[in-house]
Design a protein around this ligand. Sequence first.
Ligand code: SF4
Length: 414
Amino acid sequence: MSTMKPSLPVIDPPRSAPNMVESLAPPSSSQKSRLTNSPRANMALRTVRRAPRFIATILKQRWQCDTGPHSLTHTTTFKCNYHCKEICDSPLVHQAMQKRPNGHDLSTEEIKSIYAQLPVMDYVRFTGGEPTLRQDFIELSHLAEQYLKPIVIHMTTNASLPEHVVQFAVERPVHVPLDLMISIDGVDEKHCASRHHHRAFERCMETVRELAPRQRELKLNIRINQTIADSDGIEHYRKLHDLLKTFQVRHQIVMAYSASATYAVERDKSYAPTREELFTPVGEFQASELEQFFQEVRQDVQKELSGPEKWIQQYYLDGIRSRMLRNEPSPNPSCVALSSHLRVFPNGDVPTCQFNSHVVGNLRLQRFEEVWRSAERKAQHAWVQRCTGCWAGCEVQPSAAYTGDLILHQLIRR
Ligand code: SF4
């Protein structure tokens, strides 16, 4: 366990060690039936048992049937101890939410009650803000395992508090593989300037140094997600890639888009792309430098990744390249937002997707069934089905998987 001490302010610091599920009320008999006796041994079985549902979902999605949800992105808080003005300006989002009635974050008990109403999920993704700022950030992973039975738990973090990230990796249900995504914008000052904190990069590297050698032991897959906002970011990709080689962690890119409804101060905003403008980057790039850069990243992916992880990165690269260089939507899977992919905001709101924060219900105030069967959800799902299609990784991946487009794309590439 790390002995590092946080030097950044923790907005909502742990008052005590995070509680494990033993401290919670015993589950009901129906909940018990969803628990396994030896979870470590049963993970493979869980994956195999989920396969028929996955195949049925692909068929339903391809026929544009309503379905799901099968995967959860839970934004557990908008609180953040950094201030990434160019990207999300999280403190402002948090303040805006707090001013609304019902704007405060769900309590642990409220989340427990919501998870108990949801169907099992293939993956549960914790994000924010910064998810490790919640005092119950470890307990939530145990609640997810108890009620949602994911095949993978994912956490996106800014690694501002390395000791919290390490604690999460060690104390979450370790039999469930953890996909840990650390957001970095560049090397040294580049990242620090972007996050407005002089130790931001050092904190990320402390986390990597601590956890990289323990990936196998902890069933952990560390991915460094570099946001490319400008030409300088391309140069930093090269530097960061060299630096990370010694740690055996994955390094991937995401091109920064100009606006996201999730991080808009106003709620009920849509920033969905149009056919005329499929992808609006934050910075300006020369077509030739982008062409060369995408080629370079593709070669790294080919050399360093394998299996579904390689397919997903190739899929993202093909899509971003065709959008940024030719304004062509290819590949372009049907979107599974509000069907196979459920998003929950910190106050229980269920938004439409990353680019449309129109809320279809609130899980603090309503039962999940009520929200899912509501005319509001169905109307927004119809909007999703008509959408031109965006290219943000966290929306693209579920859409590519649950429509089968990821597999088809691989077959076509060969
Ligand atoms: S493709 Fe889906 S996630 Fe993207 S803007 Fe459209 S509805 Fe939202």
